[in-house]
Design a protein around this ligand. Structure first.
Ligand code: NAD
Length: 266
């Protein structure tokens, strides 16, 4: 998709960080936006920063199928079509593998994996049916490529999210659809990801273990040294314009200037 102006973009996790940067970049490209998040205040702030763009917002919990279905119904009902879908919402939780409870895993998998799967399930059939020339961007992470100490549960979810992106790319290529897929796998990006506990559902154990606290502090320091979300958003727009199936990644955490691109189909 070379021309973005006048097209519709949906961004989940749009209240903050990479999602906000994607939204603002799409707005600058002249796109119409549907922004989704669990954080009402943050969503309103992003919408307020989007200048003259037409912006709709929807409180959405991506881990909940019905919530994402409602989002999709609103998009297709009110905007007619969706051209760019960014399954971007995500949460981080550190801690040694043996300390993570079933509830911890359910939360991480719910947002980071089911968020992507619900997006695929609720949007892609309608995009195919409308023969849309479009792009699905799944925000994964380098944690989708390898596990790091203290972030195993996150890596489990992100590995599966990357597999879902590759499988989606293979299936869309096989049927000759006009949709392309990018799996976005950054290393460290300057956002509040280390503070994901703020969007943790009530009822989940909220007292962090000592290992969890230390890991969150170190992820926070790494994020602070990372690239700007706006740089990531710029790379995503380039990827959309390339009309390919792409893996955008930064496997060494070292390449601050440019994420390496590879084909998602190999
Ligand atoms: P962030 O915390 O700034 O943004 C994440 C957003 O997701 C927040 O607005 C939050 O409210 C929202 N969210 C959380 N749970 C949700 C739910 N159930 N439903 C809908 N929205 C929900 O962090 P970020 O770094 O911008 O994260 C965006 C994506 O980038 C995530 O998928 C994350 O895993 C990924 N990522 C981040 C980094 C990094 O270093 N920041 C690196 C690699 C990948």
């Amino acid at each position: 998709m070379r021309e973005l102006s006048g097209k519709v973009a949906v961004v989940t996790g749009a209240a903050s960080g990479i999602g906000r940067a994607l939204a603002l970049r799409f707005a600058a490209e002249g796109m119409t936006l549907m922004l989704a998040d669990v954080d009402h205040g943050g969503l309103a702030e992003t919408a307020g920063l989007a200048g003259d763009a037409r912006v709709l917002t929807q409180i959405t919990d991506v881990s909940d199928a019905a919530s994402v279905r409602h989002l999709a119904n609103r998009c297709f009902g009110e905007l007619g079509a969706v051209h760019v879908l960014c399954n971007n919402a995500g949460v981080f939780q550190g801690g040694h593998m043996w300390t993570r409870s079933e509830e911890d895993f359910a939360w991480l998998l719910g947002v980071n994996l089911w968020g992507v799967l619900h997006g695929i399930h609720e949007f892609v059939p309608r995009m195919i049916e409308q023969d849309t020339e479009g792009h699905i961007v799944n925000t994964v992470s380098v944690a989708g490529l390898f596990a790091r100490p203290g972030a195993g549960a996150y890596a489990v979810a992100k590995h599966a999210a990357l597999a879902a992106s590759q499988a989606l790319a293979q299936d869309l290529a096989a049927i000759g659809a006009k949709l392309r897929v990018t799996a976005l796998c950054p290393g460290a990006v300057r956002t509040r990801i280390a503070d994901s506990a703020r969007t943790r559902p009530p009822g989940l154990a909220s007292t962090p273990t000592p290992d969890e606290r230390e890991i969150h502090a170190s992820v926070g320091r790494a994020a602070a040294r990372g690239i700007e979300p706006s740089e990531v958003a710029g790379m995503v727009v380039e990827a959309i314009r390339e009309e390919r199936f792409l893996l955008l990644t930064d496997p060494t955490y070292a390449d601050r200037l440019r994420l390496r691109t590879e084909s998602l189909l190999t």
